[in-house]
Design a protein around this ligand. Sequence first.
Ligand SMILES: [Mg+2]
Length: 150
Amino acid sequence: MKKVLYVDMDNVLTDFPAAIARLPRDVVAAYERKLDEVPGIFADMLPMPHAVESFLDLAERFDTYILSTAPWENPSAWTDKLHWVKRHLGEAGYKRLILTHHKNLNRGDFLVDDRTKNGAGEFAGEHILFGSEKFPDWPAVAGYLRDRDT
Ligand SMILES: [Mg+2]
């Protein structure tokens, strides 16, 4: 049986700061401190460097899911995240998107996440902290997981 791997979206698969940088200045001002509530902000997220190729590779060796939180006050985010997974991950993401504020309730072996919020810090498996010194980027994460699929 394959080991179970969860991968977060924002700042792991998707480049959230790049999307913010493309927003008009008045929108940034109006949504200060709640930029994840900008309508449509999740629609055209760019993938993080090497994120898609790494996910596709890992999805062949792990039972892989996307484990993300969509902002409660941004209904379009829930739809936009589904569209993003379909567009960028295709078959590897088919019916494997889990949107939750309680990531710790999902059972599995690994969670790649850049934060401890929304249950990520209480995940019962191994939390791979994306963006940390040990795991600064996708090549580091993929290299670490390469030998851990059995
Ligand atoms: Mg994140």
